[in-house]
Write a protein that binds this ligand. Structure first.
Ligand code: SF4
Length: 122
């Protein structure tokens, strides 16, 4: 089966409309991209879209009640809800240093959730 999917490339502010042609679930052609980034983005996005996840985690004993966190790489978009569920259930204890690994291999990926802010113990 042949189908076309047109997406907006997010590789830069130009926002090219990139069309990927899929045949039997495989990308056979990409058009509309101005550069190679758009080609790579479209091939990945139409088969397995990936995203960086940002959120916050509760902290006890700190100068702030939450710490901002993010994944240190992309995770499959379809696993974001499970990722958020896991993050929601965490409570950390201060102190926390930006870069601390909060969850290793979130939702079974090679990606970790890390703190993006320092939280002092009080
Ligand atoms: S295809 Fe290239 S030029 Fe176009 S939006 Fe993507 S990164 Fe920018």
């Amino acid at each position: 089966m042949k189908e076309e999917k047109t997406i907006t490339c997010i590789g830069c502010p130009m926002g090219c409309q990139v069309t990927a042609v899929l045949e039997d679930g495989k990308v056979t052609e990409v058009t509309g991209n101005t550069c190679a980034i758009g080609d790579r983005y479209a091939r990945k996005e139409v088969i397995c879209p990936m995203r960086v996840v940002t959120s916050t985690v509760r902290v006890k004993g700190g100068n702030l009640p939450v710490v901002s966190v993010k994944t240190n790489g992309d995770i499959p978009k379809k696993q974001i809800a499970e990722c958020m569920r896991q993050i929601r259930d965490i409570e950390l204890t201060a102190p926390i240093v930006a870069g601390d690994v909060i969850v290793k291999h979130i939702v079974g990926t090679d990606t970790n959730v890390i703190a993006t802010k320092d939280i002092q113990a009080v």
